[in-house]
Design a protein around this ligand. Structure first.
Ligand code: NAD
Length: 469
């Protein structure tokens, strides 16, 4: 049992008033135990962050960018041990854990190069009016279990670079790599600037209610996002909500299904479908429908489901029992609905939360698999004959995270992409983020944007300074 984990509060590595047992989803067994925080630790962390914030703010962008660069170096120096721990707690294939840490390091460096200058709005004989941006103070960051490193680094680096202090709470299912991140930060930032508290859902709620936290950056499900929204209202906290999705991919009549199958399959099943911006509904034109189904089934046949620490594994287990049970039930229900299971659909009788990649054809639009966010390795392929109908079915949802259009006619692809009611629409790709490109959801998939100057400014209060001449 691995137990070498600590909370980070006010620059010190400490134990908590509770503990969390952490399960390896590839075995279903507890493999580690870490401390968990309650209200007392949260209050200490928030007080420390409030004390540390003014000096951190005064440090200025270049010095903060330099520290973020040191964090990126530290991530790379510890990449192997962090990636192994990430795979043990999260389940994803080791190569993807390494890539997550790599992307996190590069993304952090990228964000710390963005400039947020004071803007001159009016400069004439009568007045000078400028728009300044100042940090908010203390930012609470709450993350989910599917990509704990990346989803912590994005908001944390945004908050730190713009001059805020941070309280970071990972999911109780995957707290370990985030706690190790805290250990790296302990030696890089002044005490109190970053505090890392593992804890359950109730700790998240306490953060959203806390009067001395100025902003919450929350990544997680729509249902919890709505609770965070309501709770944050009592203290008028600033909010960024990065929530669930039900991304459509529209495959047009002019594509060669074989040429796009690998990319469409990977964008649907990466991390065993546990990605907010994975393809979750495939709309294929009737003229290529059967050929696309065949090509995707061929890709599924090449996938290797197994323990993420095995080098040949391409799809790991579901991350936790709750999600595993939910997806198993969805598969059973889909079978009963009369839809055609093209591949997968059989749950292996072995330890660990493994589900094979499952593709479903001839399924009705109002089935749960199409209407809900499945967040697992089961994806419906729906047929359309009229493009207008495909666009309207793609948009007929309360989700609006992202979507994609696949075609050889780029101009036509862009026109269709512009009609998707989403935060990001891709043409001939799906699932890409960059530190200089805003990411976030339309409709119930979120509020605000992460990354880019747009995301960074959401960690700041705009202040107009108006001078009479
Ligand atoms: P979740 O909403 O159950 O939990 C997320 C976090 O919120 C956890 O840390 C949890 O402890 C905390 N929490 C739970 N109840 C809370 C409350 N009342 N107040 C404050 N915090 C609370 O989500 P999950 O199951 O961990 O993650 C999966 C979901 O996250 C999926 O819907 C997925 O699409 C979404 N997601 C979105 C993005 C994005 O960028 N849009 C990225 C990754 C995941």
């Amino acid at each position: 049992m691995q137990t070498d984990f600590s909370l980070l509060i006010d620059g010190e590595l400490v134990t908590g008033s509770g503990v969390l047992d952490v399960i390896n989803p590839a075995t279903g067994a507890v493999f580690a135990r870490c401390p968990a925080a309650g209200r007392a630790e949260l209050d200490r962390a928030v007080a420390a962050a409030s004390r540390a914030a003014p000096a951190w703010r005064e440090l200025g962008y270049p010095a903060r960018a330099q520290i973020i660069g040191q964090l990126a170096d530290a991530l790379r120096d510890h990449q192997d041990s962090l990636a192994e721990l990430l795979t043990r707690e999260q389940g994803k294939p080791i190569g993807q854990s390494i890539a997550e840490i790599d992307r996190g390091a590069a993304g952090s460096e990228g964000m710390a190069k963005i400039e947020i200058p004071t803007e001159t709005l009016v400069d004439n004989d009568k007045s000078l009016i400028e728009l300044h941006y100042r940090p908010l103070g203390v930012v609470g960051i709450i993350t989910p279990w599917n990509a704990p490193v990346n989803l912590a680094l994005g908001p944390m680096v945004s908050a730190l670079y713009t001059g805020n202090a941070v309280i970071l709470k990972p999911s109780p299912y995957t707290p370990l790599t985030t706690l190790k991140l805290g250990e790296l930060l302990k030696d890089l930032v002044p005490p109190g600037v970053v505090n890392v508290l593992a804890g359950g859902d109730e700790l998240g709620q306490l953060m959203t209610e806390h009067p001395d936290i100025d902003k919450i950056s929350f990544t997680g499900s729509v249902a919890t996002g709505k609770k965070v929204f309501a709770s944050a209202a009592t203290t008028m906290k600033r909010l960024t909500l990065e929530l669930g999705g039900n991304d459509p991919a529209i495959i047009m009549d002019d594509v060669d299904p074989k040429a796009i199958a690998k990319s469409v399959f990977f964008s649907s099943f990466v991390n065993s479908g546990q990605v907010c911006m994975a393809i979750k509904r495939i709309y294929a034109h009737e003229s290529i429908y059967d050929a696309l189904c065949d090509a995707l089934v061929e890709e599924a046949g090449r996938a290797r489901v197994g323990n993420g620490l095995d080098a040949e594994t391409t799809l790991g287990p579901l991350q936790n029992k709750m999600q595993y049970d939910k997806v198993c039930e969805l598969i059973e229900q889909t079978k009963l609905s009369g839809a055609r299971i093209l591949c997968g659909g059989e749950i292996p009788n072995e330890p660990g939360y493994f589900i094979p990649p499952t593709l479903v054809a001839d399924i009705s639009e109002d089935s749960r698999l199409v209407a809900e966010e499945q967040f697992g390795p089961i994806v419906p392929i729906l047929k359309y004959s009229d493009l207008e109908d495909a666009i309207s079915r793609a948009n007929d949802t309360r989700f609006g995270l992202s979507g994609s259009v696949w075609t050889t006619d780029i101009e036509r692809g862009k026109q269709v992409a512009a009609r998707l009611e989403v935060g990001t629409a891709w043409v001939n790709m799906h699932r890409a983020t960059s530190p200089v490109v805003p990411f976030g959801g339309a409709k119930e998939s979120g509020l605000g944007r992460q990354y880019s100057h747009l995301g960074l400014k959401s960690y700041m209060e705009p202040e107009v300074i108006s001078v009479a001449k």
